[in-house]
Design a protein around this ligand. Structure first.
Ligand code: URA
Length: 194
């Protein structure tokens, strides 16, 4: 419970300190949400219309698909932690701009280093490229990347296709569901190694 409260305070500090220009057009911030003791953190791209209204990430169609895939591997949404690269909705859901990513990055890093998950799962290319700018999602989806960054405590990363992109694309949907099923084994391997 103490950790829940401490994380809430981190978010409340960033509600004030974040300099992202999207603050002007978004309804409200959409901070990360879920269990701060989670072994896995999922990072998406940015809130959409469905998330901007309640201020909670991944509650629209992509979020429902994500919840379904989590259930398939025996996890409930409340057991894990979900956040986004951007904490504010871009107008008309356009792609995030580099300066918007820059403005929200320290907030993301602070929540990651507070939770210290064993595994970070990237949902889509924007999230992956923020950490691995030269990789392409079609090459590395479903593959465990191991890297020690100087400002991030976690060193295991799994890139996946974004659930919104895969939702209505049969082939990509199948691939995402197959990649998702690798998560329990990957976690087991990480726990054994550490
Ligand atoms: N897509 C995202 O990347 N994040 C959300 O919160 C919702 C949809």
């Amino acid at each position: 419970m103490e950790k829940v409260e401490a994380l809430k305070q981190i978010h409340e500090k960033w509600f004030v300190d974040c300099k992202c220009e999207l603050k002007k057009t978004a309804t409200q911030p959409v901070p990360g949400n879920g269990n701060p003791e989670s072994l896995i953190v999922f990072i998406g791209e940015a809130p959409g219309k469905s998330e901007d209204a309640p201020g909670i990430p991944f509650v629209g169609a992509a979020g429902k698909f994500l919840a379904e895939m989590l259930e398939n591997i025996g996890l409930k949404r409340e057991e894990i932690y979900i956040t986004n690269i951007l904490k504010y909705r871009p107008p008309n859901n356009r792609d995030p701009l580099p300066e918007e990513k820059d403005a929200c990055r320290e907030w993301l890093h602070e929540e990651l280093n507070f939770i210290k998950p064993k595994l970070i799962v990237f949902l889509g290319r924007h999230s992956m490229n923020d950490f691995f700018p030269t990789e392409t999602i079609s090459n590395v989806h479903g593959k465990l990347l191991i890297k020690k960054f100087k400002n991030i405590e976690t060193k295991y990363f799994l890139p996946l296709y974004h659930p919104a992109a895969a939702l209505y694309n049969g082939g990509m949907r199948e691939t995402l569901m197959e990649d998702f099923k690798k998560i329990p084994k990957i976690l087991e391997k990480i726990e054994k190694e550490n």
